[in-house]
Design a protein around this ligand. Structure first.
Ligand code: COA
Length: 375
């Protein structure tokens, strides 16, 4: 019998990666050696995607070419657009819609279904370019609105907000959304990335791995937490009701969404950046209500449980104030994280070994078969 390991693989190191690293003791996250706080302040989502895929920041020429390539790939194949329209009409859950659209993208993308590095890079570019178009089209269609043609001359953050709202965003909103995309792009061996690597390690292609990763991200203990955070902030309604609400949740032995983390023992650095964006966004929109409620919730959870907010906590009011509907928060997470998933699939395939752990068997000892007539 294999020996049991920690429940939930806690602290188990499953393999090397050069893509990102979480230091939970000091609250540091690095992408390819660069601190997430520096990237959030200085870089753009496109630079970060390039960094995750290629290991180095792009030159000005590489970045310009990459931005043009991404913009050129934003339009959807006709069949994918039709599928999204049908799913919008049937009010499909957004994460399910994204999974189905990803599967159909594979069907359409005949030339890049293999796992050769150049095919995989091309397929990854298609996924990163098209996720924003997919999500925006889905939302417009379910509201009975015409989809917006993907802008050809702008960055991912501006393109997504334009396609979602039907008009170009305030540049400050676009910058905040770009920072949110940077912060969500990768996070070492989190559940969805690990799922992607397990699938990739069977030599399945990047579309299959991303399908599985979307499924893993959808759960409330992972990416699904941000939607529940906003539902909580709405239910609380005013800052003065935050403390009683938190106490009630904890008294019922429920979890407060957006708090706690498997790895961080101090505040998640992504939450620190998003907290600041949340405060500034509230000031800019002349509505600090969501920031004020969030801070009171954070204070109450700290006093009661000594738990820090994680990335999902402030990401929820930030997305809300940028006009993103609550049920799209997790697919927006995926718009960013698909860059990390694809980087991990490429890294896995570059030096592959099947991921096949053991189970610690706790069932009955070997015993004779009992015929049906004797049961
Ligand atoms: N609310 C209340 N209590 C929490 C909590 C939360 N959000 N997160 C952890 N705890 C408590 C647990 O009840 C447990 O307390 P106990 O030892 O008194 O029973 C202790 O903290 C350890 O929790 P555990 O479930 O062992 O941690 P984990 O590493 O398995 O879980 C998470 C990590 C993220 C799944 C967990 O913190 C959680 O469920 N958070 C809410 C969901 C969320 O925000 N997910 C997004 C993650 S980025």
């Amino acid at each position: 019998m294999a020996m049991p390991t920690a429940a939930g693989l806690e602290d188990v190191v499953v393999g090397p990666t050069a893509i990102s690293d979480v230091n939970g003791q000091i609250g540091q996250l690095i992408y390819r050696g660069y601190d997430i706080r520096d990237l959030a302040r200085e870089s753009t989502f496109e630079e970060v995607v390039w960094l995750l895929w290629h290991g180095e920041l792009p030159s000005a020429k590489e970045l310009g070419d990459f931005q043009r390539e991404l913009a050129a790939e934003r339009p959807l194949p006709d069949d994918v657009a039709t599928l999204i329209d049908q799913l919008a009409a049937r009010a499909a859950p957004p994460m399910t819609m994204l999974r189905l659209a990803t599967s159909l993208l594979e069907v359409e993308d005949r030339g890049v279904r293999g796992i050769a590095p150049e095919e995989e890079l091309r397929a990854s570019l298609h996924l990163v370019a098209r996720f924003p178009t997919i999500v925006a089209r889905f939302h417009r269609r379910r509201q009975g609105l015409a989809p917006v043609t993907p802008p050809a001359d702008t960055d991912t953050a501006t393109a997504f907000l334009t396609m979602l709202h039907g008009a170009p965003p305030d540049p400050a909103d676009s910058r905040d959304f770009d920072t949110l995309l940077i912060l969500h792009a990768d996070h070492e061996f989190n559940a969805s990335t690990f799922a992607a690597r397990v699938i990739a390690a069977t030599l399945a292609n990047v579309f299959a791995a991303v399908d599985g990763a979307i499924a893993a991200l959808s759960g409330p203990l992972h990416g699904g937490a941000n939607e529940r955070v906003m539902a909580m902030l709405e239910a609380i309604g005013t800052p003065d009701r935050a403390e009683a609400y938190v106490q009630q949740i904890l008294a019922q032995r429920q979890r407060v969404m957006g708090f706690g983390h498997r790895v961080y023992k101090v505040e998640d650095p992504r939450a620190t950046v998003l907290r600041q964006i949340c405060r500034q966004l509230g000031q800019r929109k002349h509505d600090s209500r969501w920031y004020d409620i969030a801070e009171r919730v954070a204070e109450a959870v700290w006093n009661a449980k000594h738990l820090f907010p994680n990335v999902d906590f402030f990401s929820a009011p930030v997305q809300y104030m940028l006009g993103i509907p609550i049920d799209l928060f997790t697919v927006v997470f995926a718009i960013s994280r698909v860059s990390g998933w694809t980087a991990h699939v490429m890294e896995q395939h570059a030096n592959n070994r099947l991921i096949r752990p053991r189970g610690a068997y706790v069932g009955p000892a070997p015993r004779p078969y009992v015929p049906l007539s004797a049961r």
